[in-house]
Design a protein around this ligand. Structure first.
Ligand code: ZN
Length: 474
């Protein structure tokens, strides 16, 4: 919703919680000292600031996430019937006798039993073996032998072969692996001890490439239907935070492409978190392709194909996935009958959405301040200030005097102070005057380009990503 749909009646209702008229004429002679005077911005209504943003609605995870979700066995031990899990566990590994053909130590006529168990970690192994019927002393010995090879942490899938006996079963074989394939195989030997065969991790990295079209709902829903893992979506939005406002400058039919790095096991199952490498967005007006790269000694950032950083001046959108619900500009007050300034830009987003420092600077003020709610004032190196109003909470460590860097999370979207729905009211002050954040020209001259060996390393990474993209047909 922009100012065209601004409804004066909603403006009045937005003021309802405050007895005093909130209006202040922007041309008042309060001087620069009043740079963070209470900002009258009563037009936030439940209607235009409601957290209806589709960019944050939950969706069903895609299949690869399903696998990861079912893998999670938080702190519990499950004894499963041997089925699909067993085939997963016995797959590959030609050096090992398949569990289906018991080792020589197990008599052919035995009534050996095979079971699958899932563990949250190696500390649960002995208990799980006892629960499965293994004699306590045998369970302890097996767990002790296996533990050094399961130390890399994370969940464990195990297949055990038991031979029932007096006083409990004896363990004949154990194969225990993490999702990355690392683990151990224990096998009962003739002298009653276990042979121990460590298993090395078996993972590879691959670059996944996806392309999609913006649908009529939001970038978020478009990205999810294209198959993008939802945790990568904020990173994609961040990549374009200097160049695009994804809420206002993107329309249905616009095209995006992403490439991300994913570690996979021998079955192709995702291991660990994916990492976004490439983000491209094409609209009728502009097209931009960005590569993620970490220059030595610096934080990772986004660069164009020539190695120029996206960073310059102020970030255009200091909050993730937000809709602009009210722009900077004059408003006619329906009761007091004069124009007043809406001195900032309103971004509607659900409570808890991260707010980022628009540029490097020093926190000048971070506290509750009347109608502003929780307010952060950031003083930038060029003397400009940016203000962030109505925050739900400040990020840990954010306090007056603290230095922050561009893109650092300084707080969360909220609805504190005079506000009837969660949103960020964002202001930019230049020489003490409030200016339209969206009108500040992008300073191309301030963009830095990598040089020398760093640039060469970047170009190599760019080519690696482009090679993967060229191998993907859409
Ligand atoms: Zn506002």
């Amino acid at each position: 919703m922009d100012e065209d749909s601004f409804d004066p009646k909603q403006w009045v209702s937005g003021c309802g919680q405050h007895s005093a008229p909130p209006v202040q004429k922007p041309e008042s002679d309060e001087g620069m000292g009043a740079f963070w005077r209470e900002v009258a911005e009563p037009q936030h209504t439940a209607a235009n600031a409601a957290p209806a943003d589709t960019a944050h609605k939950s969706v069903a995870p895609r299949p690869s996430q399903d696998r990861r979700l079912t893998f999670a066995i938080a702190g519990s031990v499950l004894i499963l019937a041997v089925g699909a899990t067993a085939s997963w566990l016995t797959r590959g590994d030609p050096a090992l006798a398949p569990l289906a053909s018991p080792s020589a130590a197990i008599p052919a006529s035995s009534n050996a039993q095979e079971r699958a168990i899932n563990l949250a970690g190696p500390g649960q192994l002995a208990g799980a073996l006892i629960e499965a019927g293994v004699r306590a002393d045998d369970a302890s010995a097996a767990a002790a032998a296996a533990a050094p090879h399961l130390a890399s942490g994370g969940e464990i899938h195990a297949i055990i072969v038991l031979l029932p006996g007096e006083g409990g079963a004896l363990l004949q074989q154990l194969r225990a692996v993490h999702i990355n394939g690392s683990g151990v195989v224990l096998a009962r030997t003739a002298d009653g001890t276990f042979s121990v065969t460590p298993l090395a991790a078996d993972v590879s990295r691959k670059i996944e490439v996806l392309r999609g079209e913006i649908d009529s709902e939001s970038f978020y829903t478009s990205a999810v239907s294209a198959g993008l893992i939802d945790t990568l979506i904020p990173e994609f939005i961040n990549a374009f935070s200097y160049d695009f406002n994804l809420a206002s400058e993107v329309s249905p039919g616009d095209v995006f492409e992403v490439a991300y790095d994913q570690e996979v096991n021998a079955d192709g199952d995702a291991v660990g978190q994916p990492k976004l490498l490439y983000a491209q967005l094409t609209t009728p007006k502009k097209s931009l392709a960005l590569y993620r790269f970490q220059p030595p000694g610096e934080d990772a950032g986004w660069f164009d194909g020539n190695g120029a950083t996206t960073k310059r001046g102020l970030m255009r959108t200091p909050v993730d996935g937000a809709r602009i619900t009210s722009k900077f500009g004059m408003r006619f007050h329906p009761v007091l009958h004069y124009n007043k300034l809406h001195g900032g830009t309103d971004f509607a987003a659900p409570t808890g959405t991260p707010i980022y420092a628009a540029a490097d600077g020093t926190i000048e003020f971070a506290a509750m301040k009347g109608a502003n709610g929780n307010l952060t004032v950031l003083l930038h190196d060029n003397g400009w200030r940016t203000l962030y109003l109505h925050q739900n909470v400040f990020a840990p460590g954010i306090a007056a005097g603290v230095r922050v860097s561009q893109g650092q999370r300084i707080g969360d979207v909220g609805t504190t102070g005079r506000s009837t729905g969660p949103h960020l009211h964002y202001e930019v002050h230049i020489d003490g005057e409030r200016v339209d954040p969206l009108s500040i020209p992008v300073d191309e001259a301030s963009r830095k380009r990598m040089e020398g060996a760093t640039l060469q390393a970047f170009l190599k990474e760019r080519d690696r990503i482009d090679m993967a993209r060229s191998q993907r047909t859409f």
